[in-house]
Ligand binder design. Structure first.
Ligand code: ADQ
Length: 472
């Protein structure tokens, strides 16, 4: 395999890498040579056309700046107000502003123009996530014939939701410019095939709509994971233990139920609090015996729907506190800030229940991290949404329908009362799955598939891809 070029919206910064993904990809880059390419995080009036390369702690990183106008249309607009809600089947929360699509394409074209001069003939290019679906088309239009892979970190939508996205046909054609498209779960591959197999040849204003040809594109599930061994170690370090001790002093004998999420409407936080409320309402014996800690730092808070989710959650937390709190007992703690990995690892280890109930999620790494941090002698129980990609891997979790808050409340009761033997048996299977699907294996499998021993097919030259069908 030649050099590896990783492309994502944001590039890694200085200091400890925030997530397992950044750490894993950094490791892959040290093994293969190459560089990471993306947006610098800077908004300027007139971006330079050339990328600036910088050594960041031994990692070669190429960056470009964007204009505020383009960034808004590309990031908060098309990516996070159209693609994110639609792919998560929340069309009710999508804002369809057609002009954002132009900005989205402009930024992808700008990425391609700045990246192309740095690409060598046998480089392998791995593009990440929904912000950059058109990048392969833009690069191929500039003459790149390299092997290109795309990984979608979020779920693939059902056909109906896909059809609601403006220019969906162009986006699907963009996906067909990649040699390999990786998805989180089999569920996503099935949804994709549903589109690929049933896209209806139709006519609009007399001009036939061409179907998208996926014959050169392989689509497969590559479930992402965490670094379970690293998390298991982290959970017993002094930094993690400090957090455990502080919490133990506060909790005394109460069992901790833990939620850790970005504050995002896809994570099902109001439903989660409602389920907890039902647990306390239906089982008076749990009052004073349990405590819910929900950690949820705000994200994308310039977008109205995120502010509304935050307001809803504030109101629900207030309601539960008002209803159940006593002068000397609080049913829950809600913390709107992020914690470092050592503190999180300590909290995961202390928790009797990991409550991971997104309404829809590509994978959900919190589920993986919770499993990895458990004490093998006295593990906690994972209560997991069946609509997270993680449900395909963690069959021994207590799987729930997060929309059904009675069911989640009942799963919480079962988890809190589960005998030690059953907790251990379930956890062993979960930990085995977390190890099988580690982030290192994920990267290895994706790259093996993207770079077959014979080097894979070279894409036909540009002529074939210039003729974009813009009727969608
Ligand atoms: P996210 O939607 O961000 O990721 P998730 O996978 O749960 O969701 O979390 C990513 C990381 O953020 C985890 O490593 C977690 O520790 C960290 N994190 C979350 N909440 C935190 C908090 N309150 N404080 C500190 N850290 C926190 C997207 C997709 C997911 C997919 C990932 C990776 O939406 O479905 O699993 O990408 O592919």
């Amino acid at each position: 395999m030649g050099r590896l070029i990783i492309v994502s919206n944001r590039t890694p910064g200085k200091g400890p890498a925030a997530g397992g993904l950044a750490v894993a990809l950094r490791k892959v880059l040290t093994e293969h040579e190459g560089f990471w390419f993306g947006w610098s995080g800077k908004l300027v009036e007139k971006p330079e056309p050339e990328a600036v390369f910088e050594d960041i702690e031994g990692l070669n990183v190429g960056k470009i700046d964007l204009t505020q106008h383009d960034h808004h249309a590309y990031y908060a607009g098309f990516s996070n107000s159209i693609l994110w809600p639609s792919f998560h089947l929340r069309l009710d929360l999508a804002t369809i502003e057609g002009h954002w699509y132009e900005g989205y394409r402009r930024v992808n074209a700008q990425f391609a123009r700045a990246l192309k001069p740095h690409i060598q003939a046998d480089d392998v290019i791995w593009v990440h996530d929904y912000h950059l679906i058109p990048l392969a088309t833009e690069l191929r239009n500039l003459g790149a014939r390299n092997r290109m892979g795309f990984y979608l970190h979020i779920p693939f939508p059902t056909v109906d939701a896909l059809y609601a996205i403006p220019h969906h046909n162009e986006l699907m054609r963009d996906l067909s410019r990649y040699d390999l498209v990786g998805m989180q779960a089999e569920r996503d591959v099935t949804a994709f095939r549903d589109f690929a197999d049933h896209q209806a040849p139709a006519t609009l204003s007399g001009s036939p709509l061409r179907t998208v040809d996926f014959s050169n594109t392989e689509v497969k599930a590559f479930p992402i994971g965490s670094d379970p061994d690293a998390f298991a170690k982290l959970a017993t370090t002094p930094a993690a233990t400090k957090m455990v001790k502080r919490m133990q002093r506060l909790l005394e004998e109460q069992a901790l139920i833990l939620g850790v999420d970005r504050l995002d409407y896809s994570k099902g936080l109001p439903q989660r609090v409602e389920a907890y409320e039902k647990l306390l309402a239906n089982n008076a014996n749990f009052r004073r015996q349990v405590h819910l800690l929900q950690v949820a730092p705000p994200s994308r808070d310039s977008i109205k729907e995120y502010q509304e989710t935050s307001d809803t959650l504030d109101a629900m937390v207030g309601r539960v506190m008002g209803h159940f709190a006593e002068p000397d007992w609080q049913p829950l703690t809600y913390v709107k800030r992020a914690y470092g990995q050592p503190s999180l690892a300590g909290l995961y280890r202390l928790a009797r229940v990991g409550l991971v109930t997104p309404l829809r999620d590509g994978m959900n790494l919190v589920a993986h991290e919770f499993v990895a941090c458990q004490d093998p002698e006295d593990p906690g129980v994972l209560v997991l949404s069946r609509f997270a990609g993680a449900a395909e891997i963690f069959e021994d979790a207590l799987l729930v329908n997060p929309f059904d808050t009675d069911e989640t409340a009942e799963a919480l009761r079962l988890a809190l009362q589960m005998p030690l033997d059953e907790r251990r048996t379930r956890w062993e299977t979960l930990m085995q799955a977390a190890k099988t699907h580690s982030v290192d294996n994920w990267a290895k499998h994706f790259l093996e598939q993207l770079t077959p021993a014979d080097g894979g097919n070279k894409r036909p030259p540009v002529r074939d891809v210039l003729n974009l069908d813009t009727v969608a």
